[in-house]
Design a protein around this ligand. Structure first.
Ligand SMILES: Cc1ncc(COP(=O)(O)O)c(C=O)c1O
Length: 364
């Protein structure tokens, strides 16, 4: 059996440090806003090459805070790729804004930067760039459009820890960015966790205050906020895992190169490779019209797989009220039937990748 990801193997490789960190927090009874939270925020900001970081309770709460502090308000329209996890659009509901979906590029699988301008109206307030699967969006063009139309730019970096576009970290191109540390992410906690990062001091201070019940001082509240704080236990775990992220990411990249070699075939489209993008392979997704056949073979050989994602957001029942229909976004619709994500993690062995590659190719 080859799992889709193997958190057990990862834990075993760093067990002593993790166990020590967890018991330290328990012994100190400093569960809320303990010292590990501030230390994690400082180190994560350094790693992402950004000035400020606010630890949050999840990637979804981080997105909500990001949307609120940049000033997205009820009635505003926000441009979002239709191929993403629902949280990107769902968090807009928290600020009363409307998602306006856009098709994706058949090459990068990210928002198609050439289709953004046509969707801008006088209600448009912001663009959300989601670095899907860990592959950076075309940020030069997206930044240019945001500037031209005076729109806020939010980056959803839930899948793109330490990825780079033209040697600059994703999360540093827009006004603000949101990260997720959901357990299966490249940097994953042992429960829900997330963060907001920004170079804007005002956004940082507002996000910090809103995440902690709208207060700067205990029992004195400037505004109504939320309980969106990062848990101290999760911060302690993340501080340990962070030390290995670079190494784990390099291994993911090496694994992707071996997959690419194994899967070279006219029936398979491989993930984008670009000289100026550092893709961090949160997901290694091929696209193929032979998906059903390949899935049958993977199942027979006890190899786990995923589909990211099987239904674009504009066709989800949750967004029926927006009036989109089949055929509106043909690239995303076609890819949702062709995407196939293969196992991807640092501990995956060369033999396992070769085995998976042979199982996939034998049928084609
Ligand atoms: C692109 C994207 N955005 C947002 C989220 C939401 O993050 P979380 O699950 O931590 O709330 C996720 C992950 O789950 C994601 O993949």
């Amino acid at each position: 059996m080859i799992p889709f990801m193997d958190l057990d193997l990862q834990y075993k490789s760093i067990q002593e440090e993790i166990d020590e960190a967890i018991f330290r927090v328990i012994k100190n009874y400093n569960f809320i806003n303990g010292p590990e939270v501030a230390l994690f925020e400082k180190k994560f900001a350094e790693m992402q090459e950004v000035k400020y970081c606010v630890g949050c309770s999840s990637g979804t709460s981080a997105l909500h805070l990001a949307y609120e502090v940049v000033g997205i308000r009820p009635g505003d329209e926000v441009i979002v790729p239709t191929m993403t996890f629902i949280a990107t659009a769902e968090a807009l509901r928290q600020v009363g804004a409307k998602p306006v979906f856009i098709d994706i590029s058949p090459v990068s699988y990210n928002i198609d930067e050439n289709k953004i301008e046509a969707a801008i109206t006088d209600k448009t307030k912001a663009i959300v760039a989601v670095h899907l699967h860990g592959n950076p969006c075309e940020m030069d063009r997206i930044v240019e459009i945001a500037k031209k139309y005076n729109l806020k730019l939010i980056e959803d970096c839930a899948q793109s820890h330490i990825s780079e576009y033209k040697f600059k970290k994703t999360g540093t191109f827009g006004d603000i960015a949101a990260f997720s540390f959901y357990p299966g992410k490249n940097l994953g906690a042992y429960g829900d966790a997330g963060a907001v990062v920004t170079n804007n001091r005002r956004y940082f201070e507002n996000a910090r205050m809103l995440a902690n019940h709208g207060r700067k001082e205990k029992y004195y509240h400037d505004v109504e906020g939320y309980n969106y704080r990062l848990d101290t236990l999760q911060a302690a775990i993340l501080l340990i895992k962070m030390k290995y992220l670079q190494q784990w990411t390099e291994q993911r990249i090496l694994n992707s190169q071996l997959y690419d070699k194994m899967l070279k075939n006219p029936d398979i489209t491989l993930p984008e490779r670009s000289q100026y993008k550092k893709h961090v392979y949160h997901i290694y997704s091929i696209s193929t019209k032979q998906r059903e056949k390949i899935i049958t073979a993977l199942k027979e050989n006890h190899i786990s797989y995923g589909i990211h994602y099987p239904l674009p957001l504009h066709l989800q029942p949750a967004y029926r009220h927006l009036g989109y229909k089949d055929g509106d976004f043909p690239v995303a619709e076609a890819l949702s039937k062709e995407f196939l994500s293969l196992p991807m993690y640092a501990e995956l062995t060369k033999e396992q990748i070769e085995f998976i590659g042979n199982v996939v190719k034998i049928l084609l």
